[in-house]
Design a protein around this ligand. Structure first.
Ligand code: NZQ
Ligand code: ZN
Length: 395
């Protein structure tokens, strides 16, 4: 078991009707002027934004509202938000939406404390960030889609449209101060958004489960149990979008999958996330979860021989695959079960489904290396040629 430090300072407020507490909670956290960000308008149509602004009004807090965060959020929007927030004297960033809106708020909050262009914070040298993030304005959110886990994570992911680059950044200062989670808010998600979110949270668990660290039973069992819960609840939310119990379990699973707990004492791999981010960087309309549904099984096929026994344990616990004497065959059955699970959600299986083909692969390699360095991953060390091979398996 590796050494670790785990600090999850977020106040998670969970259940039906919790968003009416936004105003009082933010006031108690010392907010005086809030910038509320939202995405393309779903929270206007379903009334969630109004609930939030009403609560801020009732608490007597000043606020400005800035809509228009795109899925796979862009640095240009963040730059605009920083200018507007500075002019208005904003001291709290509040997201109403999913990972994209939250990450836009995190980047705005960190950018407001950085003396220079906010993109500096995403620049890496040999895979490591160039600038520290020691300071960041406080951030909070009302979560409307369980997926990215940004409501509890220490990270943010932003796209630089001019450079064609999507880059993630982690820092403890980025963690949400307060995250409001009402499962009824997820009833309006489309089947595609629901499925992409489920794939992403499942992938966050896989990234932590498959690494070079040996078995860490306390963490591994917690991780496997979250995966099993997601598998059990996924068909229920797709069949009945208003199944409160299933939606609630999925929502909390997404947070537990990515606040760090499911990987304590283990290295994480994160090669698939890096390889996927290049897909959304060349085509922002590719949902992150859908990209992962294609990349993860391909990566598994490429790496499983490093430690097939780990795949057998996963297949047995999550998919109920019984062991035989042939460890490699059992591992391959676990990989097949993973891909079938994603397909059962309605996720794509091949890069061709995104209109990505052999001739696109080479263009993704330089930014991948700029983001992650020459060698990355943990379960198996991945370099440029390995990444090319994984993209090819996924074609
Ligand atoms: O923009 P609106 O109109 O609100 O519609 C959104 C958006 O189109 C819609 N939506 C959200 N809640 C809804 C809803 N539609 C109807 N009813 C609701 N209740 O869903 C669409 C997707 O939203 P988005 O925020 O993009 O989804 P998600 O939470 O999956 O976030 C994806 C982003 O997070 C990053 C991804 O790379 C991607 O940029 N990630 C962030 C991480 C982090 N900060 O820790 C980790 C992840 O691995 C991930 O990389
Ligand atoms: Zn993810």
């Amino acid at each position: 078991m590796n050494n670790f430090e785990f600090c999850s300072p977020t106040d998670f407020v969970f259940g039906k009707g919790v968003a009416i507490q936004v105003g009082p909670k933010l006031k108690a956290l010392g907010a005086t002027c809030v910038m509320v960000q939202y995405g393309g308008g779903s929270v206007v149509r379903n009334g969630i934004l109004e609930t939030v602004t009403k609560s801020l009004d009732e608490a007597g807090l000043k606020y400005i509202v800035k809509g228009g965060v795109r899925a796979n959020p862009e640095v240009t929007f963040v730059r605009e938000a920083i200018v507007e927030a500075r002019e208005a004297g904003v001291d709290f960033l509040f997201a109403v939406g999913g990972g994209s809106v939250m990450d836009s708020c995190k980047a705005t909050a960190a950018g407001l404390c950085h003396d220079g262009d906010v993109w500096d914070l995403f620049v890496k040298k040999d895979g490591a960030p160039v600038y520290p993030i020691d300071e960041c304005l406080p951030v909070g959110m009302v979560l409307t889609i369980p997926a990215a886990g940004s409501e509890g994570s220490d990270s943010m992911v932003i796209t630089n449209e001019e450079l064609g680059m999507k880059s993630g950044r982690g820092a403890e200062a980025l963690r949400s101060k307060v995250s409001f989670m009402d499962p009824t808010y997820t009833f309006t998600l489309s089947p595609e958004q629901t499925a992409a979110g489920i794939t992403d949270m499942f992938a966050h668990l896989l990234e932590r489960f498959f690494s070079e660290t040996g078995n860490v039973p306390i963490t591994d069992n917690l991780n496997l149990s979250i995966m099993k819960t997601i598998r059990a609840c996924a068909p229920r939310v797709l069949e009945n979008p208003e199944d409160y119990e299933a939606r609630a379990n999925i929502m909390w699973a997404a947070t537990l999958a990515h606040n760090g707990l499911a990987g304590m004492g283990r290295a994480g791999d994160w090669a698939c996330h890096a390889i996927e981010h290049e897909l959304s960087a060349i085509d922002a309309s590719i949902p992150h979860g859908a990209g992962l549904a294609v990349i993860f099984p391909a990566w598994m096929q490429y790496v499983y021989k490093e430690n097939p026994e780990r795949f057998v344990l996963y297949g047995q616990e999550v998919f109920g695959i019984s062991r035989t004497d042939d460890v490699e065959a059992d591992a391959r059955r676990a990989i097949e079960a993973t891909q079938l699970f994603f397909i059962s959600l309605g996720m794509p299986a091949r890069l061709a489904d995104f209109n990505i083909h052999e001739e696109d692969i080479e263009g993704m390699i330089p930014t991948l290396i700029a983001n992650k360095g020459e060698i990355f991953g943990s379960f198996k060390k991945i370099g440029a040629d390995d990444a090319r091979a994984i993209y090819r398996i996924a074609l």
